[in-house]
Design a protein around this ligand. Structure first.
Ligand SMILES: [Zn+2]
Ligand SMILES: [Zn+2]
Length: 644
């Protein structure tokens, strides 16, 4: 404590700042400078984010939060959620408010509208307008702390039953005695805070959509109306955000997939995609790239059953840890499970033979189809499904070989991702979770081995404490797509447990049996999910080598159709993936249709081309390439008769 009636706080650069004894964050900002006082939104003090109006304590480290800080957007979005509730309660008297947090790209608030009140997308503009009025009025956020019992009484009188329930739970579960309320304008909400100083800090605002949401996510409770929105510090930032959303929509694989004949989803099998002809080609092309890695890196490939006796899943530990996500079935008085993972099958293969230390590391790959009983609510196109194919492999090795094997897997991932146009690969190391099999010592050893592999490569990585699989720590690989979005793909997981459970062994140089270590790894993760990511990354316009159909032949008139078919056959013979538009339509119409089909090449054949035995080539990327010979074009594409 400094002089009487004074405190000293520390600024981020270590400079001490003397303030009056009950100074607030706002006063601290003003003491530093008038510009900062105007820009201040909140204060970080003693490690937590607080209102500017909160008092500071002696000795605290403080930093003033302005719109340049990463926490700032979240703060004004939370402000905006209150403003939305304020506007909604005003526009729709009798509305019950629940909760309204900031989320990654904005905020939402869940409401129970009065019976008979229908609110739709058409009403969002009206709510937005009411919000703008409150923002223009620059209402200050004022906090007060009152006894929980008093708050319950207050909200009960207002008919705000959800708030009453929230406070009653706080009292019962956490022994809360005092709760905080935040008022802006006429609206007062139960809230922990913090908030910005006033509504005027919200500079740009957009309400985006409505959705149904159960109170507390419980389907037995009231269905509420959730309104989503977002807020920014400038109109330009909001516009850039909306532009990104538009781009993402245009690339949405759930729309492009069916449009381009890649896949479809049906009510008859939720979460289990149907692969259409173009999609099947795409999957085979992706698979070929993975196989190339397997071939060069000394893998063998196996294929094991999808339906296995339940007993096996008890042995593997999956039943204990994973049964809620598994499909079971009864047949011939036996109980079977559809495999959610391929590992137990691989262990049966390894265990079926004697192995010498000379065979290790033994790398066994499997394109393994797995099924997981995900809740219907979380399913999302190809990105979250119930049935998919892992480009899986299990590497059996000694402890000394782990680091080298992990490095080899990382290299395979780098090469493979680069081939698909992803060069920005982010790595995360996840460590022991609460629900884990095995001893502390095994976990420590496994985590050390993964860390060593990453360090030896000089890779940057992020650590996710407690996020490992139940059987071992793991490394996850994330790619960044053309819109800057991050997707988790590959994984590399160490496992000391399963070899134990399946009593796997190899004969060492000492002629004695030893337990191998098992590495589970997938380069792409789910083949189908990766295809979905590729569709969005390329917006359905795949590079020449990856396009399911590389070229479409467009006969100018019906009399050129025979020649068109001949061109198609010769190209197919040469290894080009090619189709033909034989409809009796104008060539202009065919070109527009082909444009929508996103073929890399259109091959126009009219009388002139027919006479010359040529094709007029139009490349999507390079425009008109003029007349080429049929085989000349195939060679240009790098086609080979064995490919595809
Ligand atoms: Zn709040
Ligand atoms: Zn596995």
């Amino acid at each position: 404590m400094g002089a009487m009636g004074q405190i000293t706080v520390k600024l981020p650069d270590g400079t001490p700042l003397e303030l009056a004894a009950d100074a607030t964050g706002a006063e601290a900002a003003a003491a530093i400078g008038p510009g900062l006082a105007r820009a201040a939104l909140a204060i970080r003090a003693g490690g937590e984010l607080r209102d500017l109006s909160a008092s500071l304590a002696d000795g605290e480290e403080i930093s003033i939060i302005t719109d340049r800080d990463p926490e700032a957007l979240e703060l004004i979005r939370h402000d905006a959620a209150h403003v939305m509730a304020e506007a909604v309660v005003d526009l729709y008297p009798g509305t019950k408010v629940t909760i309204g947090p900031p989320i990654e790209s904005g905020f939402y608030y869940d409401f129970e509208f009065p019976p008979e009140t229908r609110v739709s997308d058409d009403d969002l503009a009206r709510i937005e307008e009411a919000m703008r009025a409150h923002i223009k009025a620059d209402e200050s956020f004022e906090r007060r702390d009152i006894p929980a019992a008093e708050a319950i009484e207050l909200f009960r009188e207002q008919g705000q039953d959800y708030k009453v329930e929230l406070i009653e739970d706080l009292v019962r579960d956490e022994g809360t005695e005092t709760v905080s309320l935040y008022r802006n304008g006429p609206f007062e909400d139960l809230c922990r805070g913090p908030h910005g100083p006033s509504t005027g800090r919200i500079k740009a605002l957009k309400l985006s959509s409505l959705a149904g949401a159960y109170w507390r996510g419980d389907e037995n409770r009231q269905m509420l109306t959730r309104i989503y929105g977002t807020a920014f510090f400038s109109k330009a930032d909001l516009e850039a955000h909306l532009e990104r959303i538009e781009q993402a929509k245009a690339r949405d694989h759930r729309r492009l997939g069916p449009e381009l004949g890649i896949f479809m989803l049906r009510e008859e099998a939720p979460g289990m995609p149907f692969w259409l002809p173009n999609g099947t080609v795409l999957l085979r092309l992706i698979e070929a790239e993975v196989r190339e890695q397997l071939r060069r890196r000394g893998y063998v490939e196996i294929a094991t059953p999808q339906v296995l006796d339940e007993e096996l899943w008890h042995r593997s530990g999956h039943w204990e840890n994973y049964r809620d996500d598994m499909y079971f079935m009864d047949s011939d008085d036996r109980r079977f499970a559809l495999r959610p993972m391929n590992c137990p099958g691989a262990c049966l293969v390894f265990g079926s033979q004697r192995h010498s230390y000379r065979e290790l590391p033994l790398r066994m790959a499997e394109f393994g189809r797995v099924s997981r009983n995900e809740r219907e609510g979380v399913l999302h196109g190809l990105l979250r499904v119930r049935a998919f194919t892992q480009d899986d492999a299990h590497v059996y090795c000694t402890e000394d070989q782990i680091a080298d094997e992990v490095i080899d897997i990382c290299e395979a991932i780098d090469e493979l991702y680069a081939r698909f146009g992803f060069t920005d690969v982010r790595v995360e190391l996840s460590t022991r979770p609460e629900k884990a099999m095995g001893t502390e010592e095994q976990w420590a050893k496994a985590e050390a081995a993964l860390t060593e592999a990453l360090e030896r490569q000089g890779r940057e990585y992020q650590i996710n404490p407690g996020d490992g699989a139940f059987y071992g720590p793991k490394i996850d690989f994330h790619v960044t797509d053309a819109l800057g979005r991050s997707w988790q793909c590959g994984t590399c997981q160490l496992d000391f447990q399963m070899p134990e459970r399946f009593e796997l062994s190899y004969t060492g140089a000492d002629d004695k049996p030893h337990r191998p270590v098992m590495i589970h790894r997938a380069l792409l993760g789910s083949m189908e999910r990766f295809a979905g990511i590729l569709i969005e990354h390329y917006a359905g316009r795949f590079p020449d080598w990856l396009a399911p159909v590389q070229a479409i032949v467009l006969p100018v008139t019906d009399r050129n159709a025979d020649y068109g078919r001949e061109v198609r056959d010769r190209l197919a013979e040469a290894g080009v993936r090619v189709t033909i538009d034989e409809r009796s339509e104008s060539v202009g119409k065919k070109i527009r249709a082909a444009e929508l089909g996103r073929y890399p090449y259109m091959l126009v054949v009219g009388d002139r081309e027919q006479e010359a035995g040529a094709i007029a080539v139009r490349s999507h990327d390079e425009g008109e390439l003029g007349a080429l010979g049929v085989e000349e074009f195939a060679a240009r594409l790098g086609a080979s008769p064995d490919a595809g």
